[in-house]
Ligand binder design. Structure first.
Ligand SMILES: Cc1ncc(COP(=O)(O)O)c(C=O)c1O
Length: 386
């Protein structure tokens, strides 16, 4: 549980980020560097395909729980093209209502109560909720700023016990922006084979890597095919968070269990989003390159601005976040985040939203135009000097 505010209400647990979002709603001119929600419009050709499918009456019915076969084929082609993963659309691909549902269905299908799952720390906190509800036990594997938040295979190995069922990897990583080196992924694959473990590979941010970093899919290793579950989606790559569309690649037996779980949650992903997804994967990819170039430009503007404040960070090789070390302020992350929000109207999430140990960090998302980001940093400086 978080060191600062984590309190229960009727709907369950509310974390610090919800507290900050609630405060922000009552303030004027808030600049949000909080949520991981791209600020771009969904590319026009994707929207046009959705409109066309709707007008043609192709969105009026449930699709199969596994997803439209046309979309599963487009996903299989994309995996072969970009990831070196060979997956059978009939038996190994499941379309989900967002990666979030995919994640939930995976852990429900995979974990029995008491099973241990190794998860890099800090981590996307939805893992905790999903794994906890499946009765699984999260075993955090520390990552470090000095390693640019790469994952050390030795740290993984040290935590494997007879109860370990799976290793969860996120590369590029939320919240750290770290990328796991391909050599490390190969070593982790060896560990998984040696100890008969499943690897869940969350590749949501695969398209956003910079400065020569390379995205590598662990599921492309031949001996890993039968033990890897790959999670991906459309939210980040195509600025489609609102469409709620993701997908899961898993060996046939696991896919059956994942599909059954998916069907009991939502029957099928929305048909309109699935037709949009086909256009996204089969259509021109320049939009993705443009997003990447803009994120990179923002990132290059933000890094020196943070340096000038005396902040440090692991080099952000991926995503659209910077996991910023604010230890020099002497303030715990939530206190600082709240101060920045109340005094400067800048919303930034505290590191403790991603694991209790991370009270010296803030996660900044750069999903605002560069001048707005610079304005946010100037406001931040005002508060710190004030
Ligand atoms: C690492 C990671 N995985 C999965 C998701 C879920 O994304 P979605 O449900 O929008 O596909 C997110 C969203 O922020 C994420 O950061």
């Amino acid at each position: 549980m978080s060191s600062a505010i984590m309190h229960a209400d009727a709907a369950g647990l509310v974390d610090e980020r919800d507290v900050l979002i609630e405060i922000a709603q009552h303030l004027p001119d808030v600049i949000s560097l909080g949520l991981g929600d791209p600020d771009f419009a969904t590319p026009a050709h994707i929207v046009a395909a959705a409109k066309e499918a709707m007008a043609a009456g192709r969105c009026d019915r449930y699709t199969p729980p596994a997803g439209l076969i046309e979309l599963r084929r487009a996903i299989a082609a994309k995996l072969a093209r970009d990831n070196g993963i060979i997956a059978d659309p009939e038996t190994e691909i499941t379309v989900t209502t967002g990666g979030q549902e995919g994640l939930y269905a995976i852990v429900q299908a995979l974990l029995d109560p008491g099973d241990e799952i190794l998860v890099p720390d800090p981590r996307y906190s939805s893992y905790d909720a999903a794994i906890g509800r499946a009765g699984g036990v999260i075993v955090p594997v520390p990552t470090r700023q000095e390693d640019d938040f790469d994952l050390r295979p030795a740290e993984v190995e040290r935590r494997i016990t007879p109860r370990t069922k799976a290793i969860l990897l996120v590369t590029p990583g939320n919240p750290t922006a770290g990328v796991i080196a391909p050599a490390h992924l190969r070593q982790i694959a060896q560990l998984a084979i040696q100890h008969d473990l499943v690897v869940i590979s969350d590749e949501m941010y695969e398209q956003f890597v910079y400065d020569g970093a390379e995205h590598f899919s662990i599921g492309s290793l031949p001996a890993m095919r039968e033990r890897t579950i790959t999670l991906n989606g459309f939210s980040k790559t195509y600025a489609m968070t609102g469409w709620r569309l993701g997908y899961v690649i898993a060996p046939p037996a696991l896919t059956q269990a994942i599909r059954a779980m998916k069907a009991s949650i939502s029957i099928a992903a929305p048909a309109i989003s699935q037709w949009a997804g086909i256009a996204a994967l089969d259509g021109p990819q320049e939009c993705v390159a443009q997003f990447r170039a803009i994120y990179d430009e923002r990132r290059r503007a933000l890094m020196p601005a943070l340096d000038a404040q005396g902040f440090t960070y692991g080099h952000p090789y991926g995503t659209f976040y910077i996991f910023t070390n604010i230890a020099t302020t002497g303030m715990p992350a939530f206190i600082l985040a709240r101060k920045l929000l109340e005094e400067a109207h800048v919303l930034i999430f505290p590191g403790t939203g991603f694991g209790p140990a991370w009270s010296d960090y803030l996660r900044l998302s750069f999903l605002q135009p560069t001048p707005v980001l610079m304005e946010a940093v100037a406001r931040l400086e005002g508060v710190l000097r004030g």
